[in-house]
Ligand binder design. Structure first.
Ligand code: CA
Length: 201
């Protein structure tokens, strides 16, 4: 009986230790008033650097065609002359020939708030009508949609989004993932990605 009790107590102690570890790893609080400052921490945030895509170029995991970013799911298109970019001449369709995602690791200070800005549109050549993406920074995530029925005629209708996250680690993966579930060819389009610190003094 004593052995059982000792086992139970040690189990409770283990739970308590796990609980403490979880508490110490709790996400830092986002400073919702902090203003972005300093340089863009994302490299090739406008997707201008890499293999010249022509009209568009479909890339997959382990591709070297897009500088500084990795395809982490499915396929994406680096789009050139097919449509106007929000910045420069290239943008990314997150549905290449399947639902895709791209990611880049940046250095971050744990506990500090960072601001992400990016432009979102949608591929009008086919369904789904409402394109959806998940933007994540480490384990923090946010969801955005682009409704093609509200896109101006003959215009990309780029929408700028702003999102804040508090870094949990010294390195944070910034990931844009298609959440589309229909078709896989005509996805959400992103461009002009910036991630900036908020405490530059
Ligand atoms: Ca661009």
């Amino acid at each position: 009986m004593n052995n059982v009790k000792a086992l139970l107590l040690s189990s409770l102690a283990a739970v308590a230790i796990v609980g403490l570890c979880d508490a110490s790893a709790a996400p830092a609080t986002v400073d919702t008033t902090a203003k972005p400052c300093g340089p863009n921490l994302i490299a090739n945030g406008s997707f201008e650097h890499g293999t010249t895509p022509g009209s568009y170029l479909t890339i997959k995991m382990a591709s070297n065609d897009l500088d500084d970013w990795s395809v982490t799911k499915g396929t994406v298109d680096v789009v050139g002359t097919l449509w106007p970019a929000a910045d420069g001449v290239r943008s990314i369709d997150l549905d290449g020939v399947s639902f895709g995602a791209i990611s880049q690791n940046i250095k971050t200070d744990p506990g500090k708030t960072y601001v992400v800005t990016f432009d979102l549109s949608g591929n009008g050549y086919g369904p789904p009508t409402v394109k959806a993406i998940r933007l994540s920074a480490g384990s923090d995530k946010s969801r955005y949609t682009f409704d093609m029925t509200k896109r101006p005629y003959h215009s990309m209708g780029w929408q700028t989004h702003i999102w804040r996250f508090a870094a949990a680690h010294a390195s944070t993966a910034i990931t844009f993932e298609s959440l589309d579930t229909e078709n896989g060819y005509f996805g959400p389009i992103i461009d002009n990605v910036h991630v900036q610190a908020t405490s530059c003094d």
